[in-house]
Write a protein of this length. Sequence first.
Length: 421
Amino acid sequence: MISKVLFLTAVGLSSLHSAKSQSTPSICDNSTLLIDSRRVLTTAQECTTVAGDIVIQYASDYPATMEFPNLESVDGSFLSINFDEDIRVTRLSAPKLTTVRADVYISRWVNLTTINMPVLTTINRVRLNNLPSLTSANFLSTLETIENNYEVTNTSLKEIKNDKLPFAVFVEIFDNKELEKLELTALTNASYNVALRRNKPGVEVSLPALKEVFFFEFQRISSLEIPELERAIGHFVVNDSTVETLEAPKLRDVGIWYDPSSSITNNRGLLIQNSGNLKSLSFPALEAVQLDLVIRNNSELEDISFPMLKRVTGNVGLEGTFESVRFPELDRVGGVFSLGNDEAGFNCADLQGFKNNGTIRGAFSCPQYQELPTRSGTKADSKKEIEDWLNWSSSGTGFESFRSTNAFVFAIFASTAIWFV
Ligand SMILES: *[C@@H]1O[C@H](CO)[C@@H](O)[C@H](O)[C@H]1NC(C)=O
Ligand SMILES: *[C@@H]1O[C@H](CO)[C@@H](O)[C@H](O)[C@H]1NC(C)=O
Ligand SMILES: *[C@@H]1O[C@H](CO)[C@@H](O)[C@H](O)[C@H]1NC(C)=O
Ligand SMILES: *[C@@H]1O[C@H](CO)[C@@H](O)[C@H](O)[C@H]1NC(C)=O
Ligand SMILES: *[C@@H]1O[C@H](CO)[C@@H](O)[C@H](O)[C@H]1NC(C)=O
Ligand SMILES: *[C@@H]1O[C@H](CO)[C@@H](O)[C@H](O)[C@H]1NC(C)=O
Ligand SMILES: *[C@@H]1O[C@H](CO)[C@@H](O)[C@H](O)[C@H]1NC(C)=O
Ligand SMILES: *[C@@H]1O[C@H](CO)[C@@H](O)[C@H](O)[C@H]1NC(C)=O
């Protein structure tokens, strides 16, 4: 019996060998392998490696399952975009594919339910876009290295999970009408953003290893796990969500005040709004918010406390039914401080003290909410704003804390100065 199995295996292997030693079709070496008919597809299915890009265009005669049974690596991209007619294939499969050097970009296959690429580990970026029937894409979980984007837009995936990817530039998860969970458990750094928009309301988000992100933006989420997050360089936004608690135990720094390489067109620093179930906020390590700190329209939120917050370079805007608002370490607010409170008898006097002793530079309003001023966004204005801030924050009270708390601003200021010469 055993010898029979061995014999069969040996036959299998040798036939595989002979298949491999047969010459592969020359189109596998094309700089662009353009698949636009069933005939070309049949030839392309023989390729083991493709030297250039695979580009799949519409054809009326594709089979329901499009399979690349031998394909192991693609030196260019695997693309299917920009065609007039929707491709009707329901299943795309490349069971041996491990590497795509450039992009995997699949768009507008309206009937596609399954992408089966179970051993794909390495690509530059993935963009799945307008695949409203897609319910399974196993490679999203098997990816180990990505140099750029992880984008999933307009699919029917219920879960997006990956426990191997340590880094991505963009993580954008938009318009997924069935999405319930996003779990990227190995991700430590997203150098441009992690953003969720317009997905099914109530997505549970788990990013247990994330330390640093540039723009952080969450809409329609029901929970957020970020135990290791230390820095959101651009902004931190939670909006239109059903979260009951928001905890960021290690977050120290939010928001960039001014960076000449990215034009800042809004005031967003730390923004938490339109989340009617939110009952508690915990930001025990937060020391600095560049631009604005805004907490508005979270009807259940009664207590606001930022125990370590020293400075806000922009404005502070708080609106709601608060019982207590505490900033025990607050040292500098560069703009206005506006607090609108519907709770009768709220005592504004303690906060007024920050205005009286010069901690707040701009106007102070409480208990009436005054809309916050918006910034112009031009580089020259931003430069002036930084100079103003430096002049103001180095004068008067709190010079002791000036050096340490403003080190970051100085670093940006130095690069700004170089930019403007
Ligand atoms: C492969 O490249 C040749 C030469 O450029 C071109 O004529 C042919 O159409 C290409 N085939 C495919 C399938 O892209
Ligand atoms: C493919 O999708 C179109 C548009 O959603 C739909 O009309 C058609 O019935 C679908 N075909 C199959 C085979 O599912
Ligand atoms: C999703 O993709 C389908 C197919 O291209 C398109 O008809 C639909 O408008 C898209 N939905 C969104 C929200 O972009
Ligand atoms: C995150 O990635 C960016 C871009 O590669 C890099 O500059 C930055 O140092 C990384 N941050 C951390 C904390 O690893
Ligand atoms: C907040 O969510 C609302 C509704 O979904 C949207 O219109 C608005 O643009 C969002 N604002 C921000 C700052 O994300
Ligand atoms: C306030 O938040 C609720 C969700 O809790 C939302 O339905 C409502 O539109 C928001 N109000 C404003 C003025 O944005
Ligand atoms: C300014 O006033 C606030 C509120 O009364 C107080 O907590 C803070 O310690 C004062 N700061 C300085 C530098 O006097
Ligand atoms: C900041 O202060 C310095 C020294 O007092 C002064 O020369 C400069 O004009 C000031 N800049 C602004 C923007 O006020």
